[in-house]
Write a protein that binds this ligand. Sequence first.
Ligand code: ZN
Length: 80
Amino acid sequence: MTQETIEIAGVEVAVVSQEECEAAEMVVCVRKGAFSPFADNVEAPCAWCGETVIFRPYAPIKPPKVCMQCVADRFLGETQ
Ligand SMILES: [Zn+2]
């Protein structure tokens, strides 16, 4: 079976089931205070820095929630 993918902002992203999402390495989230059109977001501490992040109630449960700032610092730092 061919893996279905979509392109988001020039990045190829695999489309997987909710069950497969539970095996993800992390869920990248925005920090609390960032714009969101939803009133029912869930809050948790970023697994790396402890800042409060927000995410949708149907996000995978098991993977650590990590803020975009931490991901940018770690991964953009590695490529520069
Ligand atoms: Zn963080």
